[in-house]
Design a protein around this ligand. Structure first.
Ligand code: PLP
Length: 368
């Protein structure tokens, strides 16, 4: 029998659902990525057989062969997006097909198989429906969805694995920053780079994160919250902040201008980044891409032309940058306070995601 036909997911939910009281206790102060729902989705891939054995089952540990190639050579990619309680009732995810497309772009870069977009979104819909009670209802809270794919063939030869495992986890997420949005202090690193031309910077792969941790630790040691990455070739042009894209606001002749570093191939093409470009234009803000060197950043601040800087991503939405430290010294942005453009865009995006503003671009995907 051909197994090339479209696989579906078998539903094997837990026979003993968690009591409401216990779930409520776990969801009380979930923070980020520490609490997981009762179920997960798994699917396997084998060369010649394709994707098969998709299943929704109780959340729990995996059993793996210690020779699984992901443990040795790191073929591992992931995604992150969220399901939101809707103001009018129900639950919806934000642009899940964009995450499916980016997952496949990452897969291609790491010589891994693609997963049909409909399967990616179907898996998320199934898990959200099953664990719907885990979607927090409080404003600013959401259910974070974490799809990943790892190389599961037990073989030490250095070549693409012939077997893979797709997994999908869900984690209730509180407001990312305890006590509200607070501008961060960033460290501009010239010692380390996140991504070089021809490398894996535009893929959401586990290795990029492993390679970033030392620079992040250096930032913490310097009293900063996050690291800012510069381009690998000249170490001049601003690329990203930690695992988030970055935006700058300028006042030019009484006009507000919003700019984000262009996608040169070494930046991760964030879905929040792309959405903010469009949302800002909806709000009548001149929004676009550019390149910004560290020198120009300092000049624009000194001349009062740059009024705000902020980072953006699914997990934390928008994070204002209050202080910039590096070899060049220390600069303050907007007196270290959250600026009006960051606040306005953050509100606009959250309202859209929670269904309390009209969905003009058709970005919300209704799940239940
Ligand atoms: C995931 C990620 C982002 C943000 O992408 P979103 O789709 O907006 O969540 C930005 N930079 C890096 C390095 C990332 O891994």
């Amino acid at each position: 029998m051909s197994t090339a036909t479209r696989p579906s997911f078998e539903l094997r939910p837990s026979p003993s659902p968690m009591p409401d009281g216990e779930r409520a206790a776990r969801m009380e102060n979930p923070g980020f990525g520490r609490v997981f729902t009762e179920h997960m989705v798994l699917m396997r891939y084998a060369e010649g057989r394709g994707w098969h054995d998709g299943v929704l089952q109780p959340y729990g540990p995996l059993s793996m062969d210690p020779a699984s190639s992901v443990l040795h050579y790191g073929q591992a990619i992931f995604e992150g997006f969220k399901a939101y309680h809707q103001t009018g009732g129900g639950v919806a995810t934000f642009r899940p097909f964009e995450n499916a497309r980016r997952f496949n772009a990452s897969a291609r870069r790491l010589a891994m198989p693609e997963l049909p977009e409909e399967l990616f979104v179907e898996a998320a819909d199934l898990l959200v429906r099953q664990d719907r009670a885990w979607v927090p209802a409080e404003p600013g809270c959401s259910l974070y969805l974490r799809p990943l794919m790892i190389a599961s063939e037990a073989a030490l030869g250095v070549r693409p694995s012939q077997e893979y495992l797709f997994l999908l986890l869900a984690s209730p997420a509180g407001a990312y920053f305890q006590g509200g949005v607070r501008p961060v202090t960033v460290w501009v690193t010239e010692d380390y780079v996140r991504a070089a031309p021809g490398g894996t910077g535009s893929a959401k792969c586990a290795g990029n994160y492993a390679a970033s941790l030392l620079a992040q630790r250096q930032a913490l040691e310097r009293g900063c919250d996050q690291v800012v990455w510069l381009d690998a070739l000249e170490r001049r042009f601003v690329e990203e902040m930690g695992g988030m894209n970055i935006y700058f606001v300028f006042e030019e002749g009484g006009r507000t201008v919003l700019r984000t570093p262009q996608l040169t191939g070494t930046l991760l093409p964030g879905i929040t980044r792309a959405s903010l470009l469009e949302l800002a234009r909806d709000l009548g803000i001149d929004a676009g891409e550019f390149r910004l060197s560290v020198e120009e950043w300092g000049q624009a601040l000194a001349e009062g032309r740059m009024t705000e800087a902020f980072a953006c991503g699914t997990a934390a939405v928008i994070t204002p940058i209050g202080t910039v430290k590096g070899r060049q010294g220390t600069w303050t942005v907007n007196g270290g306070e959250t600026g009006p453009v960051a606040t306005r865009l953050r509100e606009a995006l959250l309202q859209l995601q929670h269904g309390s503003a009209p969905d003009r671009h058709g970005w919300m995907h209704r799940v239940c």
